[in-house]
Design a protein around this ligand. Structure first.
Ligand code: PRP
Ligand code: URA
Length: 211
């Protein structure tokens, strides 16, 4: 557990119920994918709570009305592959968001992340960025992703993950104290292969059926 105000553990009962189903090793690929998408929508609702709005005038069938629209543009940056599993769910909520992609994989021996793809929108620095990865294990992948996004001049970055490890949270918050992390669970530990225990296994494999 953490008392860092930048770390948001989202306890919502519907999210927790969906997460328990996603953790279940007997959950099918199809169901796992649907669960991640649903959880991502629900978590994005919480993560976007403090984004500023501006007033807009609309005409209802009965007359003029003052409404709101988001005052910021959003860029979603899923870390490939597993981050893709939570991106659709957020786009259902905020279809105007643009999407940049970062391809990273963890070297199985060193557990260090390796970049194999980078396609970010040219104007990303003018937007609020949400970096998406269901698993925050050693923190290496997220730190590299945050470093990469910060190099564009981006100032406002939040992290959306599903399951985090205590050490991963410590590593990321130490390197990037300005970045907020939203997670649905903080699990016990990492095993000797760097997997989160109890976690949910290999998220990319479970989303894409590649186990
Ligand atoms: C997984 C996961 C994160 C990373 C987390 O990706 O989706 O990106 O590991 O580990 P870390 O916090 O120790 O860096 P993986 O490298 O397995 O690639 P994949 O999404 O393509 O399966
Ligand atoms: N990547 C995963 O997909 N799962 C883990 O538990 C750790 C890294």
């Amino acid at each position: 557990m953490t008392d860092n105000p930048r770390v948001h553990l989202i306890h919502h009962p519907v999210i927790q119920q969906r997460l328990a189903l996603a953790r279940d090793k007997n959950t099918s690929v199809e169901h796992f994918r649907a669960l991640l998408s649903q959880i991502a929508s629900l978590m994005a609702f919480e993560l976007t709570r403090d984004y500023p709005t501006v007033d807009v005038d609309v005409e209802t069938p009965l007359g003029p009305c003052r409404g709101k629209r988001l005052a910021v543009e959003l860029t979603l940056v899923p870390i490939l592959r597993a981050g893709l599993g939570m991106t659709d769910g957020i786009l259902k909520l905020i279809p105007e968001a643009r999407v940049g992609h970062l391809g990273l994989y963890r070297d199985e021996k060193t557990l260090k992340p390796v970049t194999y793809y980078n396609k970010l929108p040219p104007d990303i620095a003018n937007t609020e960025v949400i970096i998406i990865d269901p698993m925050l294990a050693t923190g290496g992948s997220l730190n590299l992703a945050i470093d990469t996004v910060k190099k564009t001049g981006t100032k406002h970055i939040k992290i959306l993950c599903l399951v985090a490890s205590p050490i991963g949270i410590e590593v990321v918050t130490k390197a990037h104290p300005d970045v907020s992390i939203y997670t649905a669970a903080i699990d016990d530990r990492l095993d000797d292969r760097g997997y989160i225990v109890p976690g949910l296994g290999d998220a990319g494999d479970r989303i894409f059926g590649t186990a």
